[in-house]
Design a protein around this ligand. Structure first.
Ligand SMILES: CC(C)(COP(=O)(O)OP(=O)(O)OC[C@H]1O[C@@H](n2cnc3c(N)ncnc32)[C@H](O)[C@@H]1OP(=O)(O)O)[C@@H](O)C(=O)NCCC(=O)NCCS
Length: 174
């Protein structure tokens, strides 16, 4: 009974919703949302605009009509070893819109993009960092076939530990 209600809510919340590329008009909202949800990690009102300017950064929005609800940001770049990398730089949903499947839908979208473009650019994995105490985020990523990478934790500007998770590309989705 509970499961049926939950599934109804999930499909209802997606009705009319679309995932589209972010445009310049979306940037102020996107930076504001990132600034709010990542407040404990650092000053994302400064960090996000600098990422948005990078040519290898692509951003998608979940919007229900004119109502923007969440975004996902992918970065394509070469790491220190000159290996091409695809990095999920940010995934954020408006606090009042969370737990309706929006984060999962955005995550599936960026995974599909990485799966599509990765092989042509010798990109073997989609990576991300997540705060050690962000158990909700980690659970979402694990449910989408991300595993913890065996590398040392780094730190966010705030000092919180950042764990790396990776999803190997070229495998079938769970
Ligand atoms: C992490 C984050 C992006 C998840 O977004 P979200 O839209 O809440 O994600 P989903 O709704 O797809 O899934 C979250 C949970 O809600 C559940 N859910 C999905 N639809 C639901 C529904 N209709 N009713 C009830 N629960 C639902 C999912 O099963 C999942 O449950 P679980 O945590 O027990 O596994 C969001 O919480 C967020 O923006 N957090 C702040 C920023 C952040 O931490 N980002 C990630 C790290 S970089």
């Amino acid at each position: 009974m509970v499961a049926a209600r939950r599934s109804d809510r999930a499909s209802g919340s997606r009705a009319g919703a679309t995932i589209r590329r972010a445009v310049a008009d979306d940037h102020a909202w996107l930076v504001d949302l990132g600034g709010r949800v990542y407040n404990a990690l650092g000053d994302y009102r400064v960090i996000l605009p600098s990422w948005l300017e990078q040519p290898g950064v692509l951003t998608w929005l979940d919007a229900d009509g004119g109502r923007r609800r969440g975004f996902a940001m992918l970065g394509f770049y070469a790491d220190d070893a000159e290996q091409a990398v695809c990095d999920l730089l940010a995934l954020a949903v408006e606090p009042l819109e969370q737990r309706q499947g929006i984060g999962g839908a955005l995550l599936r979208h960026v995974i599909a993009v990485a799966e599509r473009v990765g092989p042509a650019h010798a990109i073997r994995e989609l990576r991300l960092t997540v705060a050690r105490d962000n158990l909700d985020g980690q659970r979402l990523y694990r449910a989408h076939a991300f595993d913890f990478a065996p590398v040392a934790a780094t730190r966010y500007a705030s000092g919180q530990e950042a764990l790396r998770m990776i999803r190997i590309l070229g495998r079938e989705a769970p």
